[in-house]
Design a protein around this ligand. Sequence first.
Ligand code: NDP
Ligand code: 5RP
Length: 465
Amino acid sequence: MNSIGVFGLGVMGANLAMNMANKGEKVAVYNYTSDLTEKFKSNFTSDNAEAHYDLERFVNSLEKPRKVFLMVTAGPVIDSVIDSLVPLLDKDDIMMDGGNSNFNDSNRRYHRLKEAGIHFVSVGVSGGEEGALHGPALMPSGDEKVYQEVAPILEKIAAQVDGKACCGYLGKEGSGHYVKMVHNGIEYADMQLITEAYQFLRERLGLSVEEIATTFREWNEGELESYLMEITSDILTHVDEETNKPMVDVILDKSGQKGTGKWTSQNALDVGVPLSIITESVFARFLSGLKEERVRADQMLSGPTKLDQDLDKQAWLELVRKALFMGKICAYAQGFHQYKQASEAYGWDLKLEEIALIFRGGCIIRAGILNEISDAFKADKQLPNLLLSPFFQEKMNDYQASLRKVVIKGMESGLSLPSLGASLTYYDGYRSSQSGANMIQAQRDYFGAHTYERVDKKGTFHTAW
Ligand SMILES: NC(=O)C1=CN([C@@H]2O[C@H](COP(=O)(O)OP(=O)(O)OC[C@H]3O[C@@H](n4cnc5c(N)ncnc54)[C@H](OP(=O)(O)O)[C@@H]3O)[C@@H](O)[C@H]2O)C=CC1
Ligand SMILES: O=C(CO)[C@H](O)[C@H](O)COP(=O)(O)O
C-alpha cells in the first residue's frame, strides 16, 4: 500500500511526488490526462513511486486513512477534482490542497468535506519547481489533530533550516492558504522594490547591467541576503544568445500575475490594513500591462528636463542599499500586520513568529532577516508592528534618511518608484502622532453630519457648519 497519493503531475505535483519518493514515502501518482503520467514515468524511476491511470485504483492503493495531496490548477479545477474523489474516499480520509487556492474557497471546501466525513488540509506551498523537488516551505492548516497525521510526511519533504522543518501547523480552516496568499503579496513587494533599486542604479546612477549584477551579489552577502536578491543578480549576468544583449533588456516590460497579490490587497481592504507597498506592487504590474499606452504617453507627456550634477557613485550605492532594505522591512511590517489583523478577524490564532520561521527556507521570500523578524514577534507576542521592535526601530531610525534621499532624488529625476515611495509614505504616516484625519472628520461632518470626536472632551459632536 502507498502512504500518500499525489493527484496532478504538472510542474509542482511531479516534483513534490519525486521529493516524497526520494524521502522514503511510498507515493501513488495520478493525473487526469495520461500524458503527464507518462512524462512522470519516463523522467523518474523509483521503487517508491507507483503511477496510476485509473482514479479508483489510485485511491485504493492508499493505506487508510488515505492521504491524497492535490496539486492542480487553483480555482474550479480543485472543486471538480474533489467531486471526483469524494465518492471514492471513506470517512476520516484526508485530502490536502497544495495549490494557490483562495482561502475563502479553502474555508468552503473544509466545511463541505467535513460534512462528508473527510478531513481537508489547506497546504500553502512555496518554492517553485526546485523547492518542490528539494524542499519547499509548507503552510498547512485545518484541524490540528488531522495535521498531526500528515505532519511526518510534510515535515520530511519541507526545506530544513537549523534543523527545523519549514512547515508547521498554522491554524484553522483555510488559514494556510491565507498565509501563502500574503506570502505572495510580500513576494510582489520584494520583487518590485528590487526592481526599483535596479532602475535607480541603472537609469539615475548610470551603472551597467554587469555592475548592478556585482552590486546585488555583494548586497546579497549582507543584511539583504535573500533568494530574490540572489536570482536577480544571476538574471543580470544572463546574455541573450540571439542579440548578445543582457537578457533583461530583451524581455518585454509587461508583468504577468495569477491573482494572489491582488487577493492580498483585496483582503487588506476587508480587514482594514494599510497595505500600500504590496498594493502599489500589484498596481505596478497593472501599469506595466499598459505597454502601448505607456509608449504613446512617453511621446506626449513630459518629465524633468534637466538632471542635476553627476551623483557620487559610492555614496549613492549605499543610500540605495539602505533604502531597499528599509522598503523591504516596511513591506514585511505591512504583511505581518495583515496576518495579525486577519487572525483576530477570523479567529485563527496565527503565530507570527512561526510564520517567519517557516519562510526562512524553501520559499520565494526566504531571507536572512526572517530570523530577526521571528525574534521580534517571539520577544513580544503583542507587538503591534514590526517597526516598533527594538531591532527594527534602530534600523529604521538609521536608514530613513537614505530612503528619503533615494525617493526624492528618483522622483525629482522622473523615475516612477511606487513601492519605495509607498514605503516612505507608510513610514512617515505610521510615525505621525498627528495625522490629517481631523480635517477629514470636519469635512465629513460638514457635508454629511457624520459627527466627530474632540481632543479635549469625550463624546460625539456635530457642528452646524
Ligand atoms: N509553479 C509554481 O511556482 C507554483 C505553483 N503553485 C500552485 O500549484 C498548483 C499547480 O501548479 P503548477 O504545477 O505550476 O501548474 P501546471 O500547469 O504545471 O499543472 C497543473 C496541473 O493541474 C492539472 N489540471 C488542469 N486542469 C485540470 C482538470 N480540469 N482536472 C484535473 N486536473 C487538472 C493538470 O493536468 P493536465 O496538464 O493533464 O491538464 C496538471 O497536473 C497551482 O495551484 C499553482 O498555483 C504553488 C506554488 C508555486
Ligand atoms: O506561488 C508562487 C510563488 O510563491 C507562484 O510562482 C505564483 O505563480 C507567483 O505569483 P504570480 O504568478 O502572480 O507572479
